[in-house]
Write a protein that binds this ligand. Structure first.
Ligand code: ADP
Length: 165
């Protein structure tokens, strides 16, 4: 009998912090693939507000009820990490046309680096299609109520972190 191998996808990003948009993409991916690995990049160059450990913990807390989602951190090239996991799919989210150019370049660069890895784009619910971690951090730093953009405990952590800055 032919061995049926699991379809594993890796959703890689900074998630600084995870928003309802990211969570929406994770849920969609979990419905399509047997296993979804959310891979949080260390991304020191981007000077993240939250440490990689904090970002991983936040996503774990929001996705704990989805049994086929695993959250880990990774360093280096996403495509290398994808093949190390035994996966062949890299998930990215597409919000608007403005994401397209960057994501297109990255997907084709990644294909050159490892042609066995396919990038698959998922679109969030339109209600989340304008959300970005950067804008949410900016809005929070100016005192906006960000509870509609991120889970309550993340909004609280964000407020506390920005107070300390
Ligand atoms: P990166 O620094 O790798 O772009 P991000 O955490 O900003 O990491 O985003 C990870 C992925 O999730 C990217 O493909 C990005 O386009 C996508 N993404 C970010 N915000 C949203 C959103 N609101 N809806 C859907 N996808 C999103």
């Amino acid at each position: 009998m032919k061995k049926i191998s699991k379809k594993i996808a890796v959703y890689a990003g900074s998630f600084d912090p995870a928003t309802y948009g990211h969570i929406d993409i994770i849920k969609r991916a979990a419905r399509i693939f047997d296993d979804v690995i959310v891979a949080v990049a260390h991304n020191i160059d981007k000077k993240p507000l939250f440490s990689v450990k904090e970002r991983v913990t936040m996503i774990k807390k929001t996705t704990h009820s989805i049994p086929n989602v695993k959250v880990i951190d990774f360093k280096g090239l996403a495509v290398n990490y994808v093949s190390e996991c035994g996966a062949s799919v890299l998930i990215r989210g597409l919000r608007a046309v403005s994401d397209f150019e960057y994501e297109f370049q990255m997907a084709l660069t990644n294909r050159k680096l490892n042609e066995k890895i396919e990038t698959i784009f998922l679109m969030p619910n339109e209600a989340y299609s304008y959300l970005s971690s950067t804008l949410i951090k900016e809005a929070a730093s100016l005192g906006a109520d960000i509870n509609v953009f991120v889970p309550g405990f993340i909004a609280k952590r964000l407020k506390e972190r920005l107070k300390k800055k």
